[in-house]
Design a protein around this ligand. Sequence first.
Ligand code: PHE
Length: 508
Amino acid sequence: MQLPAQQVAVVEAATADEATSVDALAAATELPPETVTGAVFELEDEGLLAVSERVDETVALTEEGREYVTDGLPEVRLYEAALEAGADADPVSMGQVIGASGLEGGAVDIALSNYARKGYGAIDSGEITADPDADPDADAEATALEALADVDDAPVDSVDVDSETLESLERRGLLDRRESTVREATLTERAVTELMAGIETAETVGQVTPELLTSGEWEDVEFSEYNVEADAEQFDGGKVHILRQTSERVKDVLVGMGFQEMEGPHVDADFWINDCLFMPQDHPARTHWDRFALEQPTHIDELPADLVERVERAHKEGVGDDGEGYHSPWDEDFARALALRGHTTSLSTRYLSGEEIGDLEPPQRYFSVEKVYRNDTLDPTHLLEFFQIEGWVMAEDLSVRDLMGTFEEFYAQFGIEDIRFKPHYNPYTEPSFELFGTHPTTGELVEIGNSGIFREEMLEPLGVECDVMAWGLALERLLMLMYGFEDIRDIHGTLCDLELLRETEVTY
Ligand SMILES: N[C@@H](Cc1ccccc1)C(=O)O
């Protein structure tokens, strides 16, 4: 039997009783790993090698991780400086301890956020205490950093660190995990027989080399034939995420229906998020466990004074001659508090108030497809952030039929024909409807949005004199109905299922 030289070298380096990795074959043959990989696949095709593949997970410290190996973890350095300053006996001023620790910039925040968590002591109103019983030598993360100091892309099960600590180091950005495919080859029985009979080096040349070109020899040699049927490695190129694609599609559809796009801040004053929506200040959704408040700055400086006055009056006394407000206290300071918006209806209040683009004459249609943030509990249908499809139509004499008709027209463009409506309550709409669609695989009803016709108590202070119907729909839920995803976390966020996303064909 005759084989090209490189294949002969690989066959001779491989054995029948043990799988040899491509790297080991490359070392033994002194050929580049790519050449060996090519030869291995061709030999597999010839039935001379059995090839197996496995994915190895390896770990290595990041640059920051290596820095801490030399300098120590920031929280440990803080602890040592605190002990030095006598904080194990009495609280010491933070500034003094940080100064003595030599920690600077981001490292200070890192130290502070891990200090109490890891039991080194407490930090309270600018003072720090150190727990005399804490033991930096027993710090699992510090010990792990030592153990990983000299490791470079080592298989994860070869390092002496428990998986929990590996995970915490990874979360802190101190450790990288990588996956690499390891191919191993074993001689087949046929190869052994052929080897015994003798394998010769074929005269054909498998590859043009610089030597062949410069010497002119290429003109005389015989090239081996291409195997155009050999398997090639599959590469998955980057592509636009399906959520982004669908968001673009939603925008196109709404623009096609005559809507214009709104823009506005992710962090906004409660005034725009809630007060302008006639949401009472003691509404349960406004309590601290539902919203993501901002630590710095905590409040917006100024709000439009006239509007504040009108909104306050509506909350306290209602609107019109026989109005009924909430008769509960209304505090401007509370309205100036900043938070991540829990809905993009904050953009609608901004636009309707005239603050963004001046006063509007009906008819008008506006939308946004933007992120909102909620302090929900994660589960298959809830995330801490999602994309909301916000929209409103301003016109004279709108009715529920207009609202329903708009949804039917909108969802039909995505192949969703059976929208159901359920009466609902929002402080700012009357009537209000929740929207449901049927999940294509489970058959369950999935809530996909919330809508209604804005109340007088909301519109009058904003200076709007005609009807406005409005909604907030969830983009991720639309995707669930379109593609049958059952767990929102598969498509969104850091835990998403890449395989699933790759396989999903866009359907419009
Ligand atoms: N803000 C509502 C959606 C909505 C917008 C406008 C009118 C009615 C409802 C929500 O987030 O659920």
